[in-house]
Design a protein around this ligand. Structure first.
Ligand SMILES: [Zn+2]
Length: 68
């Protein structure tokens, strides 16, 4: 019931790339998938690498929102 769908092949970019300029797209630090990496709202990891990372970090996540 809590199973998560497997991530698509690495040739598939992270959905976040669809809504950000191509200049802000870069390879995921974990799997090299194309993801929204740079600029405001960018993350070094794609969402599939980010999910287990967030869980392992628990409540001590160091990501601070840089919203103005
Ligand atoms: Zn990744």
């Amino acid at each position: 019931m809590t199973s998560t769908p497997p991530p698509p092949p690495l040739s598939e970019p992270d959905p976040s790339t669809f809504t950000c300029p191509g200049s802000l797209v870069g390879p995921c630090s974990g799997c090299q998938r194309r993801t929204h990496k740079y600029g405001n709202g960018g993350l070094p990891l794609c969402q599939w690498c980010m999910r287990p990372a967030r869980e392992s970090w628990g409540s001590t996540v160091r990501f601070t929102s840089t919203r103005p």
